[in-house]
Design a protein around this ligand. Sequence first.
Ligand SMILES: Cc1cc2nc3c(=O)[nH]c(=O)nc-3n(C[C@H](O)[C@H](O)[C@H](O)COP(=O)(O)OP(=O)(O)OC[C@H]3O[C@@H](n4cnc5c(N)ncnc54)[C@H](O)[C@@H]3O)c2cc1C
Ligand SMILES: *[C@@H]1O[C@H](CO)[C@@H](O)[C@H](O)[C@H]1NC(C)=O
Length: 354
Amino acid sequence: MKSMQSIVTKCLETTTSKMYGQPNIAVIGGGVVGITVAKLFQDQLKNAKVTVLAEQFTEDTTSHIAAGIFKPGTSFKGPTKEITKKWVNDSWHYWQDMLKTPDAEQIGIMPLGTYIFSKENYHVTRNYLIEDLMPIYRPVTDEELKLAPVGTKFGSYFLTLKAECGRYLPWMEKIIVQRGGELVKRKVENFASLSNYDLVFNCAGLGAKYLCDDHDLVPIRGQVIKVKAPWVKSSFYGDTDTYIIPGLNGVVTLGGCRGYASYNLNNCKYDAASIMERCSEFIPSLKDAEVIAHKVGLRPHRSPVRVEAELIDGVKVVHCYGHGGDGVATAPGTAIDAVEKGLNFLRSNTRNKL
Ligand SMILES: Cc1cc2nc3c(=O)[nH]c(=O)nc-3n(C[C@H](O)[C@H](O)[C@H](O)COP(=O)(O)OP(=O)(O)OC[C@H]3O[C@@H](n4cnc5c(N)ncnc54)[C@H](O)[C@@H]3O)c2cc1C
Ligand SMILES: *[C@@H]1O[C@H](CO)[C@@H](O)[C@H](O)[C@H]1NC(C)=O
C-alpha cells in the first residue's frame, strides 16, 4: 500500500515538475512578435525555459525595417471587432507604459505628433481603432492645412508614439537572456521537429506561410528611404501611401508603397524616385537630405491576424502571426493574448485542438 502511494506521488511529481517545474518553451521568430511573446511569457511563468529559434535576428528581420509608428490601419483585424479593439488597446497601454519609464529612449520609444492629410478622401483622416484611445485626435485647423501640399482638403492630427526595433529588440533580448532564456539561430522545418518542447509559439511572420501551409498569408511589399533630417519633428501622411516619419538620431523614414503578393526584396529605383517626389511635396528640404539607406520589406499580411492554439503532430502550438503593416504597433496586444492561450494550453491535458 505504501509503495503504491509513493508510485502515485512519484507520478504526480513527474507530471507537476514537467508542467510547472521547468516547462520547455520554444518561440519561433526573432522579430517584434516573437521577442515580445518570449519576454511576456517569462513574465508570466518565471521558471520556464524559453528558447527563441529564428533564422534571422534583429537587423535582418522585417521588424527592423519598420519605422514602428503606432497607427494601426482601419483594416487591421482580429477574429472579432471586440478582440481587435482589445489587442489595440492592450498594445497602446503597453507602449505608453514604456514611454513613461526613464529607459524609454534607450528602448527606442518616443512620442510623435502625426498629421494625416488628404486631397481626396475625408474618411482616411479618421481611424475608429485609435480615435477614442488617444488623448489627442482632432481635425486640423485651417492654419495646419497649409502644412500640406496645395489642394489638400482634409486632415487630422493626433499624438501617438513610435517604437524602433533597432533598440527595442536588443533591449528585450538582453532581458530574455539574463533570465536564462536562449536565442538560437536555426531554421525550423516543421513542428514535429520540436516535439521535445512542452509548448511552441509560432511567431514566424511570413515564414508561417510554409510552416503552416497557410495560403491566407500574403506578402505586401514595402520600400522606404531612411534619410538624415533632424529638422523634421512630426509625422505626415498623404495620399498614395505617402509618409514621413521622424525617429531617433534625426533619422527620418520616407515611404512608401504596397505591392500585394510581391516577393521582390530588391530596391526599386522607380519606387524610390516616386517616394522622394511625393514626400518632398510636403517638405521640399527632404530632397537635399543625406540618404542613409534604401530598405525593402515584406509585410506578413493576413486577415484576420492569427492568434490560435492548435495541436500539430502532438506538439502544442500557439500561432501569433500575420500582422501585416501593423506588427510593431500591435505585437504587444496579440502577444498578451497568445501568452494567455499558451498558459492554458500548457496546463491542459488536452490532446485535441483547442
Ligand atoms: C516598409 C515597412 C514599414 C513598416 N512600418 C511599420 C510601422 O511603422 N508600424 C508598424 O506597426 N508596422 C510597420 N511595418 C510592419 C511590421 O514591420 C511587421 O508587421 C512586423 O515586423 C511583423 O513582425 P513579425 O515578428 O511577425 O515578423 P518578422 O519581423 O518578419 O520576424 C519573423 C521572424 O521569424 C523568423 N522565421 C521565419 N520562418 C522561420 C522558420 N521556418 N524557422 C525559424 N525562424 C523563422 C524570421 O527569421 C524572423 O526572425 C512595416 C513593414 C514594412 C515592410
Ligand atoms: C485598455 O487596457 C488597459 C490596460 O491594459 C485596461 O486597464 C483598460 O481597462 C482597457 N480598456 C478597455 C476599454 O478595454
